[in-house]
Design a protein. Structure first.
Length: 233
């Protein structure tokens, strides 16, 4: 929500509401094509829900500074993009099973995604998709469809944990949803026509752009904080 110059307390619940609604709105075509992996979704999703509740509760208690919220997202987004560009997904076995190590890693990743969802107000798709591709060996299309279910659930849990509704920022909901819906329709049209590698590269570049914008916002807010002002004097 950097473009709207909102404080994090106002931006986080609004962001959670927007990503939950957009995820549900875009889920239909993936369900019709059967692009949903239930077992990886449960392995990653259940710890993510717990993490979302914990992260949202920490923010509600005022234990997570605003700059830290933005910084965590930036670091996580850069890491996820680097992994997508550097590594190939683990080929799934014929039975579609996961090794014990991959199962544990996926669950740990889910917990981390949930914490970031609750603390930074993001649906977690930037980390869920790479985790499903690299750890569960899912194709990008299946990982994307599966992530939409997890994103909507994580965002809803984090919003409840935060305990406050974005009443003052609700006028921004409509333009954000319209923009997101337009992007979703464009993505749904492009996805079947792009090779797997291009989808991963495009997703990684989007993450890098988001990380840079969020990192710049964190830096500006840190520079304008009372502590930074006191140090400069």
């Amino acid at each position: 929500m950097s473009g709207a110059a909102l404080a994090t307390r106002e931006a986080v619940p609004l962001s959670l509401l927007v990503v939950a609604l957009l995820a549900l709105a875009n889920l239909g075509p993936y369900l019709r094509r059967g692009q949903l992996a239930l077992r990886p979704a449960l392995i990653l999703g259940l710890p993510a829900l717990a993490g979302s509740w914990v992260g949202g509760s920490l923010v509600k208690a005022g234990l997570i500074p605003e700059v830290l919220q933005l910084g965590l997202f930036s670091v996580a987004a850069v890491t996820a993009s680097w992994l997508l560009l550097r590594r190939d997904g683990r080929p799934a076995g014929r039975s579609g099973g996961l090794s014990r190590a991959a199962t544990v890693a996926l669950a740990v990743q889910g917990l981390g995604v949930g914490l970031l969802t609750g603390m930074a107000g993001v649906g977690g798709g930037f980390a869920i998709v790479p985790a499903l591709v690299l750890l569960a060996g899912l194709p990008m299309a299946v990982a994307s469809g599966t992530s939409l279910v997890l994103i909507s659930a994580n965002a809803a849990v984090a919003l409840v944990a935060l305990g406050h509704w974005p009443q003052t920022t609700l006028p921004l909901l409509v333009p954000l949803l319209l923009g997101g819906a337009a992007g979703g329709l464009l993505g749904q049209w492009l996805a079947p026509h792009l090779p797997e590698r291009r989808l991963r590269q495009g997703f990684a570049l989007l993450l890098i752009g988001s990380a840079l914008l969020t990192g710049a916002e964190a830096w500006q807010r840190q520079q304008g904080s009372p502590l930074a002002t006191e140090r400069a004097q």
